[in-house]
Design a protein around this ligand. Structure first.
Ligand code: ZN
Length: 427
């Protein structure tokens, strides 16, 4: 037959192309999991100094991650963050889904391109926001129906939808959708939420794998050069369980059995429980998680908590406190917090914190920053945020150094004693 050889050639060519595509897809999938690694350089008790490698660069741990909820760390330019030594920042799936919309972020090349941040990014799944900010929640096994805090529109988040949202946003590390409860919740409530979070984790994992296979690898776009971040994402599970040690252990065990994760989130802490309960839960989870992987304590970032948690083996932190408190005039200093609004700072020639080398403290007096703040000048808010973020970044850096030099215990003891003994002027 005249056309048989031609059809046959086309068929073989097609088959060959299919094989090549499948092989390259398999190797791409392999490199996805290999795009993340964690190397521990030194330890001090449970504490570790490590390097968490991501497709957008390395994060030296312990590290504080500034929070850029709406694709901006409030009042700070990405260049400020680079100068302060921030390596990884956060975005938020709930907020970016509502505004500008995760499809728009995707259309603009993903969050790295959209906000011009070249380093690693982590997105929170929105679980915390759905359960705390949104109104009229209706929870079912399928997901959560809620009203947007912006316009009251009805939304329905499922683990599957959240994976698509986080994929559109394109962060390096994406958190699972979880069921978040208040910190003081009783055992049955905490068990119900923890077990649901684990079932939702299985659905997140299955959906992410499906999306990776069904949505082809994306080529770098002409207007946005560089590798496309959506080709390399690591899903982090979240260990829940409230303040109930057996639940925390069970959650960690079930999560570990499900997959070879690149790292682990520790959720549901610093949400109203006692500090001692929080520290105890960190110790329980630390023992239940593999020592080889990074641990991210979600939403915890007051200076004293950072030090206590680093001693207990936590590697990554985030918290809105430095920028939110900065906007209220509260300043972290080596000698405790101070409130810049107080009248005694009207003529104070000292920097916010004499021990700080940030761009605010090396140039401006408390008197000037107080004047800006009480006059509602934007620069005042910016300098206070800049200092507070710098304070936490350098605190994590100093803790890392203490781990490496082998005197973390003495360093932490001295640091906490001085911080907690605030001078009368700075209370
Ligand atoms: Zn400073």
């Amino acid at each position: 037959m005249f056309d048989t050889p031609t059809r046959s050639s086309v068929g073989w060519f097609f088959l060959y192309g299919l094989i090549v595509r499948q092989v390259s897809r398999v190797s791409a999938l392999a490199s996805r999991t290999m795009s993340f690694s964690f190397e521990i350089e030194a330890t001090a008790g449970a504490a570790r100094a490590g390097v968490f490698s991501t497709p957008h660069g390395d994060v030296k741990t312990p590290a504080f991650m500034p929070v850029g909820t709406l694709a901006t760390v409030k009042s700070l330019d990405p260049d400020d963050l680079v100068q302060m030594g921030a390596s990884m920042i956060l975005g938020n799936a709930y907020h970016l889904h509502l505004r500008p919309g995760d499809e728009i972020v995707r259309e603009m090349g993903g969050l790295h391109q959209f906000m011009r941040w070249e380093g690693p990014i982590l997105t929170d799944s929105g679980g915390f926001q759905v359960f705390s900010l949104a109104q009229l929640r209706t929870l079912s096994e399928k997901g959560v129906e809620f009203q947007s805090h912006l316009d009251g529109s009805r939304r329905f988040f499922t683990p599957e939808l959240v994976m698509q949202i986080e994929r559109n946003i394109g962060a390096d590390v994406i958190m699972q959708f979880d069921h978040v409860i208040p910190g003081q919740s009783d055992e049955p409530t905490a068990r119900d939420a923890s077990e649901r979070s684990i079932r939702w984790l299985a659905r997140c994992l299955a959906e992410l794998k499906r999306l990776e296979l069904s949505q082809p690898l994306e080529e770098p776009r002409e207007e946005f050069p560089g590798d496309n971040p959506r080709n390399h994402q690591a899903l982090f599970p979240i260990v829940q369980g409230g303040i109930h040690a057996p639940l925390r252990r069970q959650a960690a065990q079930a999560i570990r059995a499900m997959n070879d994760w690149a790292g682990f989130g520790i959720g549901g802490l610093s949400v109203g429980e006692e500090k001692d309960a929080m520290y105890e839960m960190i110790e329980v989870v630390e023992e239940a998680l593999p020592p080889t992987h990074p641990r991210y304590l979600m939403g915890v970032g007051f200076p004293e908590d950072l030090v206590e948690a680093i001693r207990r083996g936590v590697d990554l932190f985030d918290c809105v406190a430095p920028t939110r408190m900065g906007r209220n005039g509260t300043v972290f200093t080596r000698d405790g917090r101070l409130n810049i609004k107080r009248t005694e700072y009207r003529t104070d020639p000292r920097p916010l914190d004499p021990d700080c080398d940030c761009a605010a403290c090396t140039r401006f007096t408390r008197a000037y920053i107080r004047h800006l703040f009480v006059s509602d000048e934007i620069l005042g808010l910016r300098l206070l945020s800049l200092h507070n973020v710098h304070f936490l970044l350098s605190l994590a850096r100093n803790a890392r150094l203490a781990i490496q030099t082998g005197d973390l215990d003495a360093w932490a003891r001295d640091w906490l004693a001085r911080y907690r003994t605030a001078s009368p002027l700075t209370v």
